[in-house]
Ligand binder design. Structure first.
Ligand code: SOE
Length: 391
């Protein structure tokens, strides 16, 4: 059985998600395309690196990512750091001949995103694979939606409405983690979560051509936190804590026009009390409609125009063994998959692409296109006008 040695940079929340995915992939997908071996984990904080090594079962740990790049035994690099570190690590890894899976958004600036896409294109000539972790398009229900669209079951797409709503930053006492600092994150809600639904919208309805947007920052300053770990609002800092300015967006709302003539809207915020991982997609076509909500990720709602008048309406399909990779997860629809299984499916797609020698559907070029849509959203908010997405 082929083995691939893994080096992982960034031992926080997403580092844990990648470890779960590497470990579980051969347990679900057997025979696995290759078995990942957890070789080295890197975190700039020595105590976190040490702890992560033991907790996750890596053979070694380090505090300088160059040690991973310079290790000839490492085949695959996972990048789970804050956004501004994506480009230097990814480019160095690709140039060293390592396959790269990088968390989203691809980078903290458009220039970095382009440099990463260029490096990935060069590396691809030598069979090196790049992947940006836009995992939500791999939810089996979203895959089913894509199948209905491709088969023509809902006709031509007229409109797609997407939201990504969370609540973890709605409290002004939630600390100023790196996600609220432009020089590290590049953007706020836009890069962090709107990017996911931009990816899904383009996956289902094709490239976005033009946008008009409104961008808001509701909470202008937040308490400064000790250390770089992002606590995602789980710990609050009191009124006495020193506060610093937030220089990124809390909420983005925009209308979109697709190249194929469809239209739509995207709304994203992390300040929506009561909404948690509320990714909704509603798509209307000439022959039917599709609706999805990640908070019920094992379900897809569909309505077909051809149904008789007296029984036309949304019906719910529960995803299971008949759907995307459902034959290897759990046996009965309704047993349900969650975030861990979803990241495992994503990891399978990454490892399979490496062993079979092709670029996955969320390669760096695709991540760079999402970034260009984000850039148009920001330009539009500034100039209060429709903006074209750069081709
Ligand atoms: C925080 O908003 C976050 O962890 C995002 O960074 C992820 O991309 C999203 O999947 C869950 O929420």
């Amino acid at each position: 059985m082929k083995k691939l040695n893994v080096g992982l940079v960034g031992a926080g929340f997403m580092g844990k998600a990648h470890v779960v995915a590497y470990s579980n992939m051969p347990k679900f997908f057997w025979p696995a395309p290759a078995v990942p071996v957890l070789k080295t984990i890197c975190d700039i904080e020595p105590s976190i690196a040490e702890e992560a090594k033991d907790r996750f079962g890596f053979q070694a740990c380090c505090t300088d990512w160059h040690d991973i790049i310079n290790d000839p035994e490492i085949d695959v690099v996972s990048i789970c750091t804050p956004n501004n570190a994506h480009a230097p690590i990814a480019i160095a890894a690709l140039q060293a001949g390592k396959h790269v899976i990088c968390e989203k958004p691809i980078a903290s600036t458009l220039d970095d995103a382009k440099a990463m896409a260029d490096a990935a294109k060069e590396a691809a000539k030598k069979g090196i694979v790049s992947m940006n972790a836009y995992q939500y398009r791999r939810v089996p229900a979203i895959d089913l939606a894509k199948k209905f669209i491709d088969e023509g079951a809902v006709g031509d797409i007229l409109n797609i409405r997407c939201t990504y709503l969370q609540s973890w930053s709605a409290d002004p006492d939630s600390p100023l983690s790196w996600r609220f600092q432009k020089d590290i994150a590049g953007a706020g809600t836009l890069g962090d979560i709107a990017s996911h639904v931009i990816d899904i919208a383009q996956y289902l309805a094709g490239d976005i051509e033009e946008v008009v947007s409104m961008v808001k920052t509701y909470i202008k300053e937040r308490p400064v936190q000790e250390g770089g770990v992002d606590l995602l609002g789980t710990v609050k800092l009191g009124a006495d804590a020193p506060r610093k300015e937030v220089d990124v967006d809390d909420e983005d709302s925009f209308l979109v026009k697709f190249k194929n003539g469809a239209v739509g809207s995207i709304e994203a915020t992390r300040n929506a009390w009561g909404r948690n991982n509320f990714i909704t997609i509603e798509l209307h076509g000439t022959k039917g409609s599709i609706a999805f909500n990640y908070e019920r990720l094992n379900e897809l709602q569909v309505c077909f125009a051809d149904d008789p008048d007296d029984r036309r309406g949304f019906k719910t399909i529960y995803t299971g063994p008949a759907h995307f990779h459902g034959e290897v997860t759990w046996n009965i629809p309704g047993m349900n998959i969650g975030y861990g299984e979803l990241k495992t499916i994503e990891m399978y797609e990454f490892i399979k692409a490496i062993t079979e020698g092709y670029q996955p559907s969320t390669n760096f070029e695709v991540g760079y296109r999402v970034e260009r849509v984000c850039d148009a959203v920001m330009r539009s908010a500034q100039d209060k006008a429709w903006m074209k997405v750069e081709d």
